[in-house]
Write a protein that binds this ligand. Structure first.
Ligand SMILES: Cc1cc2nc3c(=O)[nH]c(=O)nc-3n(C[C@H](O)[C@H](O)[C@H](O)COP(=O)(O)OP(=O)(O)OC[C@H]3O[C@@H](n4cnc5c(N)ncnc54)[C@H](O)[C@@H]3O)c2cc1C
Length: 378
């Protein structure tokens, strides 16, 4: 008896298309890159594996968008360019910060650009590379729109990996690192003595609302017993708080936040529901009429692969506001160290180390180098 494989790719045929640019990932980095490229007159595909744009900032995850001001530390700073345009429009339409109105605004801005072909619910899982004298070039990516049983091969002159996870660069064989380098490697004061695999973890948030009448809450067995952790004494918990006020519900920094995402989702929901159970049932809060409005089902990730480019952005670059001749952007968020295990008894808090002002990442930090010498393949 012979066993045959029937892949979607073989059964439905592959749809081929060619663009100037393919942007992979429709978080804010990908949305801004796509709009910028379209306004520069380029034809592009924006390929995003969720059905709503915005990544961490979308209604699926609900992370606040807060970089340049660093929560008011940099009084006169704010995002400009396309991000600034989105902020201004959002402030006009959405003063209460409704997450669905933000989704809608991002979609509207992308659809307003005739040069963008938007492929939602489409996951890039293949990369074709060509090794030449000038180095390695990505020629095309392959993607699956699972909900529609469609498969794409998208060729382009340029590819932007805005996946957050660095999936395209990884598949193409770009050099990358994860975890923390030793103090000795770059002379960073905040780095550990020995290198390790620690990263920032992932987070699931929740929203509550007043139901206008008493509402019971019975926690599921997987809800974390928050009273047995350091959280009640170290963290801000309030019946009036929502969403990103609970950024510290974080797990996975001591694991692989991508490979373990499925397991982390359940654990993070357990942690979020544990906090909610503590609010509802510990007797410490006036929360009888409150009910759970929303709890995330997609973990918000903070970091994963860091590609090794011509320049490696260091602690010193950020704290000293180093200027580079090829600066492409600015940012104001602090060095934000989250020790693993915040939800465990006695765990430490996350120190933030503020730079004096904005930092200016150079283009050289954004262009990865191949993992292997050209010709040997990834
Ligand atoms: C709880 C929390 C709080 C935070 N607070 C702050 C803060 O206060 N200030 C700050 O500056 N930053 C903060 N961050 C970090 C900030 O959210 C991220 O730096 C930012 O979202 C990164 O945007 P991005 O577009 O690069 O990635 P993402 O928002 O992760 O978007 C990438 C998108 O690409 C999609 N994708 C991935 N792989 C593929 C694929 N193969 N094919 C197609 N699509 C793909 C993903 O589904 C994802 O939606 C926080 C993060 C979290 C989780």
């Amino acid at each position: 008896m012979s066993v045959r494989k029937h892949a979607l790719r073989d059964q439905v045929g592959v749809e081929h298309d060619r663009y100037d640019v393919v942007v992979v990932g429709g978080g804010l980095a990908g949305v801004c890159a796509a709009i910028a490229a379209a306004r520069a007159g380029l034809r592009l595909a924006l390929v995003h594996n969720r059905t709503v744009l915005g990544g961490n900032s979308s209604s699926e995850i609900r992370v606040w968008v807060c970089g340049a001001t660093s929560h008011g530390e940099h009084h006169y700073a704010r995002e400009t360019g396309i991000m600034g345009e989105l902020f201004v429009e959002n402030q006009y339409r959405n003063r209460d910060g409704n997450p669905y109105y933000w989704d809608q605004l991002l979609l509207e801005k992308v659809l307003a650009e005739p040069g963008i072909r938007l492929l939602l619910g489409t996951h890039v899982d293949e990369v074709e590379v060509e090794d030449g004298d000038q180095g390695r070039t990505i020629v095309a990516v392959g993607a699956v729109m699972a909900g529609s049983e469609r498969v794409f091969r998208l060729e382009a002159e340029q590819f932007v990996d805005a996946s957050g996870d660095g999936t395209v660069g990884f598949l193409a064989g770009a050099r990358y690192r994860t975890g923390r380098e030793s103090h000795a490697e770059y002379g960073e004061k905040l780095a550990p003595v020995e290198p390790d695999d620690e990263t920032l973890g992932s987070t699931i948030l929740f929203y509550v609302r007043d139901a206008g009448h008493p509402v019971r809450y019975v926690a599921p067995p997987w809800a974390v017993d928050i009273a047995s952790t350091s959280v009640p004494t170290t963290r801000y918990i309030s019946p009036a708080a929502n969403g990103c006020a609970y950024w510290w519900i974080e797990l996975g920094g001591d694991r692989d936040v991508v490979h373990d995402d499925d397991q982390l989702r359940l654990e993070l929901q357990g942690a979020a529901l544990g906090v909610w159970d503590y609010i509802k049932n510990s007797g410490r809060f006036d929360a009888d009429d409150l009910t759970l409005e929303w709890v995330g089902s997609v973990p918000g990730r903070r970091e994963y692969r860091r590609f090794v480019g011509d320049h490696t952005l260091t602690e010193q670059d950020i704290l000293a506001q180093a200027q580079h001749s090829d600066t492409v952007a600015f940012g104001g968020w602090s060095l934000d160290l989250h020790p693993r295990g915040d939800l465990r008894p006695g765990a430490g808090l996350a120190p933030r180390v503020l730079g004096r002002d904005l930092r200016h990442p150079p283009a050289g930090a954004l262009r990865p180098r191949p993992r292997e010498p050209v010709g040997r393949g990834p």
